[in-house]
Design a binder for this molecule. Structure first.
Ligand code: UDX
Length: 456
């Protein structure tokens, strides 16, 4: 088997490296961050991701997985090089920042003395593979015009944070964008261990052109984000007519053409490193090509407006003014099972409460530290180690993720600890009527409101 180098030890690179190595391939993970490489060499996993520490340990123990900052040696020794570095949204526009991708391409160009298969796994705008290829072929500025040129394959990653290892090892599909026959064979062999349960060996391996593969990735995320925004867009109307978004989801999701997935509405709208970034990047690339991206712009508008509509609802529930309130927040990450707070609803909700002069008490099983780093040290913010500690003396409880520990509630504690038992549920986890029967003043998005029965 050919030796594999993976540039970038973020979610995508590290999961790819650890899973390939634990399936028996020789993998070296390369990063420019010495601290991260040192941590990995010492057996520590820099991110919270289910099953990943075990895969890393297995890879290292079997002598299949290595970590290094020495890009030159990795490039010399490996025939297949994955690019799995970050492509965040640029600060001054909606375009993806490709500088890290091209920095790796430049490093490959500098050190490769023979043809390599370069696998582009970072999420990039359509056309990036061709730009990299042109760069390698010496057509672009900075290319060396070397006698051989590398195959550039697009192999987008569809993993979900919190489920990344499982997604990698049992993928719905593996998309491989290339017209290079040798690269197709090599990619088939790399992914073969994860195809065993498929009907036939390559049913879930989808070969296509490189631009199609690049577009498949951002459009898959845009399509999923669009479903969530479509569902969120119907909640306000549902509320006006006492319709129930949960029932509507069931009603439409049972149509096999629609399906029930990614149709959960809520005030804690989609966040994370992928949906917002990828929708924005698609809008940017369309507009650059002179195409009106109005449908996809609305996906982002609905996402933002729904979040703000939820903030207004929170404030409306308070008996006191925001400036006199203490509000408990459960769930800081953009979804459970991760410490990732990128574009999380918590950032906007907490900001709005502090802007209104209120105080917050925050609980999250994994993301307190990452929230503290992203949000900065601010007055009026208390971090709690227990979810019920956060509600002590609170005027409202706001739920922002669908973590398992938020799905059933200890009503005795709620009644004894809170100033007033008000719950604003950004993930629509609970039944409004049941909550009212338990004496809870409860609001969520797109569901009927019931008056709390017992005195709160
Ligand atoms: C997503 C894609 O699912 C994955 O295929 C791709 O590779 C990367 O982007 P991820 O960002 O890890 O994965 O999270 P995901 O589980 O898709 O959730 C994204 C956001 O949407 C979360 O904030 C989640 O709370 C929200 N969401 C999801 C909803 O608001 N409603 C839903 O019905 C589903």
């Amino acid at each position: 088997m050919k030796k594999i180098a993976i540039f970038g030890t973020g979610y995508v690179g590290l999961v790819t490296g650890a899973c390939l190595a634990s399936a028996g391939m020789k993998v070296v993970c390369v990063d420019i961050e010495e601290r991260k490489i040192k941590m990995l060499e010492e057996g520590e996993c820099p991110i919270i991701e289910k099953d990943l520490p075990e895969r890393i340990k297995k890879g290292v123990k079997t002598g299949n997985l290595f970590f290094t900052t020495d890009a030159k040696t990795a490039i010399e020794e490996c025939d297949v090089i994955f690019i799995a570095v970050g492509t965040p949204t640029k600060k001054d526009s909606e375009e993806a920042d490709l500088s890290a991708v091209f920095a790796v391409a430049e490093t490959i160009n500098k050190h490769a003395t023979k043809r390599k298969i370069v696998v582009q796994k970072s999420t990039v705008p359509v056309g990036t593979g061709s730009q990299i290829e042109e760069f390698f072929m010496g057509k672009a500025e900075g290319g060396h015009g070397i006698a051989f040129f590398h195959a550039v394959v697009s192999n987008p990653e569809f993993l979900k944070e919190g489920n990344a290892v499982k997604d990698f090892e049992s993928p719905d599909r593996v998309v491989i964008g290339t017209s290079d026959e040798d690269a197709k064979k090599v990619m088939s062999r790399i992914y073969a261990p994860f195809m065993r349960t498929a009907v036939g060996t390559t049913d879930r391996m989808i070969f296509m052109s490189r631009p199609s593969a690049e577009l498949t990735k951002v459009f898959a995320n845009t399509m999923l984000a669009m479903r969530i925004s479509a569902m969120n867009a119907i909640t306000e109307l549902a509320e006006k007519f006492d319709a129930d978004a949960k029932e509507i989801r069931k009603g439409i999701g049972s149509d096999s053409r629609i399906g029930p997935d990614f149709l959960f509405p809520g005030g804690a709208t989609f966040g994370g490193s992928c949906f917002p970034k990828d929708v924005r990047a698609l809008i940017a690339v369309m507009e650059k090509a002179g195409i009106d991206a109005k449908l996809f712009r609305e996906v982002m508008n609905v996402n933002r407006e729904q979040r703000m509509r939820f903030v207004v609802k929170i404030f409306e529930q308070l008996d006191c003014s925001v400036s006199e309130s203490k509000i408990a927040i459960w769930g800081l990450s953009f979804k459970p099972g991760t410490d990732d707070v990128r574009e999380a609803a918590s950032l906007d909700v907490v900001q709005s409460i502090l802007d209104g002069g209120g105080k917050v008490a925050l609980f999250d099983a994994h993301a307190k530290e990452s929230f503290r780093v992203a949000f900065g040290e601010r007055a009026g913010v208390e971090y709690c180690d227990d979810q019920y500690e956060a509600i002590k003396g609170a005027d409202a409880l706001v739920i922002l993720t669908d973590a398992m520990e938020f799905r059933s509630l200890d009503f005795e504690k709620l009644h004894s600890l809170m100033n007033k038992v008000v719950i604003c549920d950004g993930k629509n986890l609970h039944d409004p009527e049941e909550m009212a029967n338990e004496g809870v003043q409860y609001v969520c998005m797109g569901r009927p409101v019931f008056t709390a029965k017992k005195s709160t």
